[in-house]
Write a new protein. Structure first.
Length: 144
Protein backbone atom coordinates (compact mmCIF):
# COMPACT_ATOMS: atom_id res chain seq x y z
CA UNK A 1 0.00 0.00 0.00
CA UNK A 2 2.81 2.43 0.85
CA UNK A 3 4.48 1.79 -2.50
CA UNK A 4 1.27 2.76 -4.32
CA UNK A 5 1.08 6.05 -2.42
CA UNK A 6 4.69 6.79 -3.23
CA UNK A 7 4.11 6.13 -6.93
CA UNK A 8 0.97 8.30 -6.86
CA UNK A 9 2.86 11.11 -5.13
CA UNK A 10 5.68 10.86 -7.67
CA UNK A 11 3.17 10.81 -10.53
CA UNK A 12 1.51 13.95 -9.17
CA UNK A 13 4.85 15.69 -8.77
CA UNK A 14 5.83 14.70 -12.32
CA UNK A 15 2.49 16.04 -13.57
CA UNK A 16 3.22 19.42 -11.94
CA UNK A 17 6.75 19.51 -13.38
CA UNK A 18 5.55 18.79 -16.92
CA UNK A 19 2.70 21.30 -16.56
CA UNK A 20 5.21 23.93 -15.43
CA UNK A 21 7.35 23.32 -18.51
CA UNK A 22 4.30 23.53 -20.77
CA UNK A 23 3.35 26.87 -19.19
CA UNK A 24 6.91 28.18 -19.59
CA UNK A 25 6.96 27.19 -23.25
CA UNK A 26 3.50 28.65 -23.86
CA UNK A 27 2.35 25.44 -25.52
CA UNK A 28 -1.18 24.11 -25.79
CA UNK A 29 -2.14 21.98 -22.81
CA UNK A 30 -3.00 19.05 -25.07
CA UNK A 31 0.67 18.62 -25.99
CA UNK A 32 1.16 16.63 -22.78
CA UNK A 33 -1.25 13.81 -23.61
CA UNK A 34 -0.74 13.94 -27.37
CA UNK A 35 3.05 14.17 -27.60
CA UNK A 36 4.97 14.24 -24.32
CA UNK A 37 3.44 11.25 -22.55
CA UNK A 38 3.53 8.91 -25.58
CA UNK A 39 7.12 9.95 -26.28
CA UNK A 40 8.22 9.35 -22.69
CA UNK A 41 6.46 5.97 -22.68
CA UNK A 42 8.32 4.96 -25.86
CA UNK A 43 11.64 6.03 -24.39
CA UNK A 44 10.94 4.24 -21.11
CA UNK A 45 9.99 0.99 -22.86
CA UNK A 46 13.12 1.09 -25.03
CA UNK A 47 15.62 2.22 -22.43
CA UNK A 48 14.28 0.67 -19.23
CA UNK A 49 11.49 -1.91 -19.07
CA UNK A 50 7.77 -2.47 -19.27
CA UNK A 51 7.31 -2.12 -15.48
CA UNK A 52 8.86 1.35 -15.52
CA UNK A 53 6.67 2.30 -18.49
CA UNK A 54 3.64 1.18 -16.50
CA UNK A 55 4.63 3.55 -13.66
CA UNK A 56 5.16 6.40 -16.11
CA UNK A 57 1.73 5.81 -17.64
CA UNK A 58 0.13 6.69 -14.27
CA UNK A 59 1.26 10.33 -14.58
CA UNK A 60 -1.91 12.40 -15.10
CA UNK A 61 -1.39 14.66 -18.13
CA UNK A 62 -4.83 15.23 -19.61
CA UNK A 63 -5.71 18.66 -20.96
CA UNK A 64 -7.89 19.44 -17.91
CA UNK A 65 -5.26 18.21 -15.47
CA UNK A 66 -2.48 20.29 -17.04
CA UNK A 67 -4.76 23.34 -17.04
CA UNK A 68 -5.60 22.79 -13.37
CA UNK A 69 -1.93 22.30 -12.44
CA UNK A 70 -0.92 25.52 -14.22
CA UNK A 71 -3.71 27.36 -12.39
CA UNK A 72 -2.47 25.91 -9.06
CA UNK A 73 1.09 27.01 -9.80
CA UNK A 74 -0.05 30.51 -10.79
CA UNK A 75 -2.10 30.81 -7.60
CA UNK A 76 0.91 29.78 -5.53
CA UNK A 77 3.14 32.36 -7.25
CA UNK A 78 0.53 35.07 -6.73
CA UNK A 79 0.15 34.19 -3.04
CA UNK A 80 3.94 34.14 -2.58
CA UNK A 81 4.23 37.60 -4.16
CA UNK A 82 1.43 39.03 -2.01
CA UNK A 83 3.07 37.56 1.11
CA UNK A 84 6.41 39.15 0.19
CA UNK A 85 4.76 42.52 -0.43
CA UNK A 86 2.96 42.45 2.91
CA UNK A 87 6.37 42.26 4.62
CA UNK A 88 8.20 44.93 2.61
CA UNK A 89 8.03 48.45 1.28
CA UNK A 90 7.46 48.38 -2.43
CA UNK A 91 7.15 50.63 -5.46
CA UNK A 92 4.52 50.33 -8.17
CA UNK A 93 5.07 51.15 -11.81
CA UNK A 94 2.01 51.31 -14.02
CA UNK A 95 1.81 51.28 -17.78
CA UNK A 96 -1.17 51.46 -20.04
CA UNK A 97 -0.88 49.85 -23.43
CA UNK A 98 -3.18 48.89 -26.27
CA UNK A 99 -3.15 45.42 -27.81
CA UNK A 100 -3.64 44.62 -31.50
CA UNK A 101 -7.43 44.45 -31.07
CA UNK A 102 -7.51 47.98 -29.61
CA UNK A 103 -8.16 46.79 -26.04
CA UNK A 104 -6.57 48.96 -23.33
CA UNK A 105 -4.39 46.91 -20.96
CA UNK A 106 -3.12 48.00 -17.55
CA UNK A 107 0.22 46.52 -16.50
CA UNK A 108 1.42 46.94 -12.92
CA UNK A 109 5.03 46.12 -12.08
CA UNK A 110 6.18 45.99 -8.47
CA UNK A 111 9.73 46.38 -7.16
CA UNK A 112 10.63 45.36 -3.64
CA UNK A 113 13.60 44.27 -1.52
CA UNK A 114 13.85 40.53 -0.93
CA UNK A 115 16.72 38.90 0.94
CA UNK A 116 19.86 40.69 -0.32
CA UNK A 117 18.59 42.13 -3.61
CA UNK A 118 15.70 43.92 -5.25
CA UNK A 119 13.08 41.92 -7.10
CA UNK A 120 10.82 43.03 -9.92
CA UNK A 121 7.60 41.17 -10.71
CA UNK A 122 4.41 41.75 -12.66
CA UNK A 123 1.69 42.32 -10.12
CA UNK A 124 -1.23 42.42 -12.50
CA UNK A 125 -2.25 42.68 -16.12
CA UNK A 126 -5.86 43.71 -16.55
CA UNK A 127 -8.09 45.04 -19.35
CA UNK A 128 -9.42 48.57 -18.99
CA UNK A 129 -12.58 50.18 -20.36
CA UNK A 130 -12.15 52.34 -23.45
CA UNK A 131 -12.36 55.64 -21.54
CA UNK A 132 -9.41 55.12 -19.23
CA UNK A 133 -9.13 57.64 -16.40
CA UNK A 134 -6.80 57.93 -13.44
CA UNK A 135 -9.71 57.01 -11.21
CA UNK A 136 -10.38 53.82 -13.20
CA UNK A 137 -6.70 52.83 -12.95
CA UNK A 138 -6.71 53.52 -9.21
CA UNK A 139 -9.87 51.43 -8.73
CA UNK A 140 -8.40 48.48 -10.67
CA UNK A 141 -5.22 48.48 -8.56
CA UNK A 142 -7.13 49.09 -5.33
CA UNK A 143 -9.53 46.19 -6.01
CA UNK A 144 -6.60 43.87 -6.66
Amino acid sequence: MHVTQTINEKATEASYLVSYRIAQAGEAHTIAENLIKPGVLDITKCMLDEKSAKHVSTVPLSNDTVSRRIHDLASYVKQELVTRLQKARFVLQTDESTDVAGLAILLVIVRYPYENSFEEDMLMCSPLPTNTTGEEIFNKINSF
